[in-house]
Design a protein around this ligand. Structure first.
Ligand SMILES: [Zn+2]
Length: 313
């Protein structure tokens, strides 16, 4: 039998100016978000938007074990979080190029991270690659799962702020369906950055190689197969835009477009832009000058790097 734990919420006199507010996603530099004493920084009252973000109700059983209801997993959690949790976003400078960029609280990432059963993409990867490698890339990219088995790709910038996410659906064989969701919209201040940009901060600029690929899945598989490189996805043919590539300044990068004439020509068209901002960029053209019809005949048209690796291994 669970009984509800009565609690008293008191405001903390000290403001945390470094957090991103959970309600309106703003930096708390003006201190308008006031925390509740003794609870995580995600809970408090916001004088900016007028919303109270209260901690979930806690319950306890006869033995004194505490529980809290997890709305995402629809189950009771025993790892009740009441104390301030460390956060990516506590140390920030301005990474975003959009002045009205809002950020998603990091705590959300770790909720989706724990959802079971895992999404179809992770399940597929676990069937085909070593467990510890899949665990590693799951953590590196903070891959989340939704209840309907979608994979949550978080777009985290090089200052570790969460700018947006994208929920994609894969079949059990690892192939992508046409279905996807983008719950955080540009018009609400959530703009995309490169997927994997948050990994750039821990490598040597100009020395370590960054590999740029089209799809998030290719980046994740690349990070499993060749972990010595930093794998970043630009999310489709037209994803290498000015506002997203700034984080690559000074880096050494290899672009690996999917195998089609169009993908390769778009990649080449991006080279001047990349070089302009000081990226030492090269292209790995897997078409080897074959035309699309030749590629189709050889059944490699539109293949990505994972298909390529499967064929050479
Ligand atoms: Zn607010």
């Amino acid at each position: 039998m669970l009984t509800k734990i009565e609690r008293i919420l008191k405001f903390d006199n000290r403001r945390n100016f470094k957090i991103i507010t959970p309600c309106c996603g703003k930096r708390n530099t003006d201190g308008k978000f006031v925390n509740y004493k003794g609870y995580s920084y995600n809970f408090g009252y916001c004088h900016s938007c007028g919303k109270a973000t209260t901690p979930p109700a806690f319950y306890k059983d006869e033995k004194g074990q505490e529980y809290q209801w997890n709305e995402i997993t629809n189950s009771w959690d025993t790892d009740v979080v009441t104390s301030p949790t460390p956060s990516f976003s506590e140390n920030f400078s301005s990474a975003s190029n959009n002045p009205d960029q809002r950020f998603i609280p990091e705590s959300l990432i770790w909720k989706y991270y724990k959802v079971t059963p895992e999404n179809n993409l992770l399940q597929y990867l676990r069937k085909n690659y070593p467990e510890q490698d899949v665990d590693r890339v799951k953590e590196e990219y903070a891959l989340g799962s939704t209840k309907d088995k979608g994979v949550v790709f978080w777009l985290i910038n090089e200052d570790l702020q969460v700018q947006k996410n994208k929920i994609c659906y894969y079949f059990e064989n690892g192939k992508r369906t046409n279905r996807f969701k983008a719950p955080y919209k540009n018009e609400d201040g959530y703009y995309a950055c490169l997927f994997g940009a948050h990994l750039l901060g821990s490598i040597k600029r100009g020395e370590d190689l960054v590999i740029l690929v089209e799809s998030e899945k290719t980046a994740v598989v690349g990070a499993i197969l060749l972990p010595q490189y930093t794998w970043i996805s630009y999310g489709g043919l037209n994803g290498l835009t000015n506002d997203k590539i700034n984080c690559l300044e000074g880096h050494r990068a290899l672009l690996v477009p999917d195998i089609s004439e169009q993908a390769v020509s778009v990649a080449y068209s991006k080279l001047p832009l990349l070089r302009q901002i000081g990226v030492n960029a090269k292209i790995w053209d897997m078409t080897n000058d074959r035309t699309d019809s030749e590629l189709k005949k050889e059944r490699v048209y539109n293949n990505d790097l994972e298909d390529y690796f499967r064929k050479v291994h």
